[in-house]
Design a protein around this ligand. Sequence first.
Ligand SMILES: [Zn+2]
Length: 256
Amino acid sequence: MIVWEKRDAETFSRDILEMEQRGSTEPGRRASEAITMIVLAMIGLAPEAYADPVACETPLVLVETDDMELHERICTVVEQSLPALAECKLEPKLPVTISFSVKLKVAEEVCLGLYHTGKNEINLLEPDAFTAAHNGSKIWSAIALSQHFDSLVVHELAHALFDQSTNSKLACGVDQEYVAYAFQLASLTASTRNEFLTSAGVAPPVSVEGINQVILGLSPSSFAARSWLHFSQPENGCDFVEKIIRGETSLWLDPE
Ligand SMILES: [Zn+2]
C-alpha cells in the first residue's frame, strides 16, 4: 500500500488492520459497480464495453482496463520486474488482477495503490487521479511522474507475490512494506532513486533498527528510503527478504 507521507501511528495501525481484513472494501466496490451498471443499462446510458481483466503475455497477471495503452504499459512493467522478484523467490503462483479506481481510501487515508491481502487483487489509482496525487506529494513529486507510476506497479506486485509466497503468520505489515518498497525503489533508475533519497532526506548508512512500523507510520517515504538502502547492501538483499518470507526475521519493533 502506498499512502501520503504524513500519517500518525494510530492511523497506520488501522490501515494494517484493514488490509489484513482480506480486502473488505472490494466486494462493496464490485456490488456498487454492478448496481450502477444495471441502473445505467435501464436508462440506456451503459457504456458499450465493460472491461474484463485481460491477461498479459506474462503468465498469471491480468489487467482490467479498456485503455489498451495502459494495459500494455502495466504488462511491460510487470514483465520487466518479475526477474528481480524471482531472484528473491517471489514468483506468481496464482492469477493476480490489476485494476484501477478513481479514488482509493483506507481508513480515510488517500492511497495511490492497494493490494487486497489473500485476494490476489491490486487496485491502482487511475492515471489522472495518480497524476494529481503525485503532483500534490512533497516527496514523490521530486521524481518523474512516469517512473513513480511504474514503480507503484512494482510495489503492489511485490505485495501480491509476497502474499502468495509466505505461509508465515509472523510476516506482518511492516515486513511486507519493506519488501514492497525495496523492489519499488530498485525499479527506479539510479539517478531517479538518488533524487528520491535526497527528497526523503535519508542517507546511508542505515541499520535494521531504524526500519520498523513506527518509522513506517510516521514517514513512509523515510521508511521506503531506509528499506532500499538496507536491501541494497550486499549482505542483505534476497537473503534478508527470504528470511522474512520464511518467518525467520521481522522488522516489527516490540513496544516493550
Ligand atoms: Zn505497500
